[in-house]
Ligand binder design. Structure first.
Ligand code: ATP
Ligand code: MG
Length: 380
């Protein structure tokens, strides 16, 4: 039997006491007995019962039907009407408030308890359906936002490609080799940007479908970072130099390699490094520090760029959130949400310290496992 908390609204004190005893005997908790509409509303607000038993005929300006209507609108609580009078007019007014039950006085205890139990389980089922509908609505809104942001972001590089190829086609024989290089560079840059966008879209899709998983392998983290930085320099992302430095504080030089998911780590570092480059003036150096110990890897990526306003820092890891100071710098606001998911899958943490126009420092800490293969893998 349920231990639900019930509010009784009944102005006949003997009937109210009788109901209270029946409910308590059945294991319910009676949170209060209200004798008029005002008390009923204030008791509901303060005591937040699970269900209200409402006498239809209440003394005062508001009767039980009106009070139930307000309770339903304000708190979406189940209300069961109690009445000795079942005239047509009252019944049809009561029906309009979508009551969870309607019980005629005098009634048997068993009738009342059955009605309460049905009302509680119907209310629970309706609340679950409502939550599912809201979740669905949220997902649909996210999807439409996703489609509109991503399509918008695709338009810029596509326009650049179109514009540059048209120029090359029309004036190819008249323009200098240097100019041609610039147009070709713009086309390559745009293709790269679209590639990155596609990869973000696929990763977000994977995370939503729960397919992005943690599958670690032993890797040389310092070497991995160095190679990633070399790649960044080769692909010339806005030509900002990344100064990589590495410090190891392991207890032994021959410690086994840590187990890390290379793919997730790549998502984390490329997003943080490309943000550092993107949100800094061209040519501004970026510092990338790795600190490896027996049990953790700490990555620090620091720039001296536009910084992030304090008000935006709280929602930074939510999809599509972009700070108010990005102006015309392109982006979808997906990168950091992917970073957060990847850090979480590693069981790690990410923090940000930033001041507007001063710069930003992201710190990612990943716990490391350095056990040998057969200690990690049950197949060995
Ligand atoms: P993209 O999805 O292409 O990465 P984005 O860079 O706008 O787009 P995120 O990487 O998720 O999206 O970053 C979210 C927001 O956080 C950015 O729009 C920017 O406002 C702010 N931000 C992130 N990194 C930095 C940084 N290093 N300096 C200043 N602002 C930053
Ligand atoms: Mg980004």
């Amino acid at each position: 039997m349920s231990t639900a908390r019930v509010l009784i609204v009944e102005d006949e004190s003997i009937i109210a006491l009788d109901i209270q005893i029946s409910l308590q005997n059945a294991g319910y908790q009676v949170v209060s007995i209200a004798t008029n509409a005002e008390e009923a509303l204030s008791d509901t607000a303060v005591l937040q019962p699970d269900l209200v038993l409402m006498d239809i005929r209440l003394r005062g300006e508001m009767d039980g039907v009106e009070t139930a209507e307000q309770i339903r609108q304000m708190w979406q609580l189940p209300v069961i009407f109690l009445t000795a009078h079942a005239d047509e007019n009252t019944l049809s007014r009561a029906k309009r408030t979508q009551p969870f039950g309607y019980i005629l006085k005098p009634f048997e205890d068993r009738e009342l308890i059955t009605m309460i139990e049905i009302a509680l389980s119907r209310h629970k089922a309706e609340a679950l359906i409502q939550a599912a509908l809201e979740k669905e609505k949220e997902i649909n809104e996210l999807k439409s936002r996703f489609v509109s942001v991503v399509s918008h972001e695709f338009r810029n590089p596509l326009n650049t490609i179109l514009f540059s190829t048209e120029l090359l086609q029309r004036y190819g024989t008249q323009i200098t080799d240097q100019k041609k290089e610039i147009y070709l560079g713009r086309i390559q840059g745009s293709v790269k940007r679209m590639n990155e966008l596609l990869s973000d879209v696929l990763t977000v899709g994977e995370t939503e479908a729960g397919k992005l998983q943690f599958s670690p392998h032993p890797i040389d983290v310092a070497r991995f970072c160095k190679e990633l930085v070399d790649e960044f320099h080769l692909t010339g992302k806005r030509k900002s130099p990344i100064a990589f430095s590495f410090r190891q504080t392991c207890t032994s030089d021959s410690a086994p390699l840590p187990w890390v998911d290379e793919r997730l780590l790549r998502h984390i570092l490329t997003n943080l490094l490309s943000n550092a480059v993107k949100y800094s003036p061209s040519g501004d150096p970026i510092e990338f520090k790795l600190n490896l110990s027996d049990r953790s890897a700490i990555f620090r990526i620091q720039d001296h760029g536009i910084g992030i306003p304090k008000a935006d820092q709280v929602s930074l890891f939510q999809s599509f959130h972009r700070a108010s100071n990005v102006k015309a710098i392109p982006g979808t606001g997906l990168g950091l949400s992917i970073v957060k998911q990847c850090v979480d899958l590693h069981g790690g943490t990410i923090t940000v310290e930033s001041d507007e126009n001063e710069g930003t420092l992201f710190t990612v800490t990943l716990p490391l496992n350095r056990q040998s293969a057969h200690e990690n893998n049950p197949c060995y």
